[in-house]
Design a protein around this ligand. Structure first.
Ligand code: B4P
Length: 192
């Protein structure tokens, strides 16, 4: 099984590159951001809790996100309809990284690599503000973007160390075009 974690700051292009990876490698896309937006749209209990936190630029609780992710992974494994996953926006904390390793170990598989999307700070803000013009996302405004970047630096950057320490870390620069970034991503995946 090929299992890829795609990580990076808010607006670094995780969702954009995940879609192209899915198209080219046929992996199952699991986006925790999309899952949460779906819960919010459906007005579930989890959705109500998540909405307040997301709109304030915070992360949702680990227990909630780990349980949701576990259900999704199990569903695809039971159906036998996947040759691997792309985890988009997960793990975002050290606890989530450990939970993912344990979950995949139980399923007799593992994370093949973590792809770290690298984008300059000013460009991240520019792209998110730009996305905000059409996304309708309440978290794509300057104040919340700045909070999200702070949360990323304090809570998600340590996750990168988790993968560096286990030799599974790969970086791709996304300062230029979507295509130029995918060329690097492709080279990394093809070398696994
Ligand atoms: P996410 O939905 O994961 O998304 P994101 O970080 O905002 O953006 P992404 O990196 O996917 O950027 P995109 O491709 O759209 O998270 C939303 C929120 O959900 C979080 O803040 C958090 O509160 C919560 N959450 C999610 N997962 C969680 C977890 N595991 N634990 C706790 N809480 C969690 O790219 C951005 C823009 O740039 C787009 O408009 C795109 O078109 C553009 N772009 C991309 N690449 C480009 C390029 N090369 N050139 C020009 N534009 C480019």
């Amino acid at each position: 099984m090929l299992n890829i974690v795609i990580s990076g700051a808010p607006g670094s292009g995780k969702g954009t590159q995940s879609a192209i990876i899915v198209e080219n490698y046929g992996l199952t896309h699991i986006s925790t951001g999309d899952m949460l937006r779906e819960e919010i749209k459906n007005g579930t209990e989890n959705g109500k809790k998540a909405e307040v936190l997301i709109n304030d630029g915070k992360l949702v609780p680990d227990e909630m996100i780990i349980a949701m992710l576990h259900d999704q992974v199990q569903k695809h494994i039971n159906a036998g309809d996947t040759k691997g996953f792309i985890f988009d926006g997960f793990p975002r904390t050290a606890a989530q990284a450990v939970a993912l390793d344990n979950m995949l170990h139980e399923l007799e598989t593992e994370v093949s690599c973590m792809l770290h999307m690298q984008v300059d700070h000013e460009l991240l803000i520019e792209r998110l503000l730009n996305r905000g013009k059409t996304s309708g996302r309440a978290d794509d405004n300057l104040e919340t973007i700045q909070k999200r970047l702070d949360v990323y630096n304090s809570q998600t950057l340590p996750v990168i160390e988790h993968y560096k320490n286990s030799g599974r870390y790969k970086a791709a620069c996304n300062n230029s075009s979507v295509e130029a970034c995918f060329a690097q991503v492709k080279e990394i995946i093809d070398s696994l």
